[in-house]
Design a protein around this ligand. Sequence first.
Ligand code: NIG
Ligand code: FE
Length: 412
Amino acid sequence: MKKLTGPFSQLLSLADMPLKGAIKDDQLKVITDGGILTADGIIIATGHFETLRSQHPDAVVEEIKEDYVLLPGFVDCHTHICFAGSRAKDYNLRIQGKSYMEIAKAGGGIWDSVTQTRAADEPALVASLVKRAERHLSEGVTTIEVKSGYGLSVTEELKQLRAIKQADGLTKADLISTCLAAHLLPRDFNGDTEAYLNYILQELLPIVKKEGLSNRADIFIEENAFGTAAALKYLTAAKAMGFELTVHADQFSTGGLGVAIAMGAVSADHLEASGDREIELIKDTDTIAVVLPGASLGLGMPYAPARKLLDAGACLAIASDWNPGSAPMGDLLLQAALMSAAEKLGTAEVFAGLTYRATYALSLSDRGQLKAGMLADMQAYPCSDYREILYHQGKLKPAKVWKSGTLIPPIT
Ligand code: NIG
Ligand code: FE
């Protein structure tokens, strides 16, 4: 059944825009009094509403009576929202001056979330994950990457990955899972880093593959997590098993980005510590630079050099990193808006980083732009000028969200 939705004061398709580098706002294609024609959740056409109405008299009209700006649904390409418990204690220590690393060494940090997540059963994990995904969806995020990494054993990582798969069937948002068993060397593992990574490669990843739980592998490269040599070995083996790679790189110190590039990872995420040398490494590659302003806000640390990355020609995506430790807030638009003010990112660059550029970090080619053949994942903001959206710094939320053409009821 054909459906025509509109008219929208402005329709921003984010179509036919550059994959890499800086973008000027006048490169945004803005359709005034726009309409969108869909069938079975797929976009057939965008254009002027009245023109589409006369060309398709058989289409059912979903009439929009207020002033709304229509955008593609956001794609959050980096989250850790499958977890149990809270790290409010860590946060309170941080705002009293303790660093993320000091807290981790003293027994807080990722290990604390591992302990709390292990204590939760699978149904509880599924329920809390669905709740977070639904909140994201209500805020216009229609595709959400979700990492494991709070299990750190074969049984517990599988519990997380199965919970993600189950939750994907329970929420209208699309969840894309990533295996982050290489998040930290577990304290209860009787062995060294190499032994742990071999155990993951030999005993976990084959089951992840066989059960179709994820085709993506991630590793946290950092002083307190995994070194570059161990990471290279792990990623080489994971790649040979058919996993697509992504890396937590250059969050506190450099080294990780070089590994990501050497391995041809789809994305290198964080990059807060990246300098000019690292920007040189990524700028001419196909690896997507994923910046995570939520982690900078949660840790009270500088943002990644987003402006410099764009000016150098990199493809920049913006994700929330929503997790219980470094990025507990999980409001993607608010985070992107605050980063854009500090880093001087234009609206076109921010919207691109939240939509079609983020799809490349997940190797998805069926969403992120409002154009024929793509999923009708979209969101409408209650305003008549798209510039209102970042101006309100995250306070202006979408009044309507559609996933694959279906209007999502508001959370009650
Ligand atoms: O992306 N840096 C490593 N991992 C997460 C934090 C996870 C946590 O603190 O629980 C991140 O910031
Ligand atoms: Fe992360």
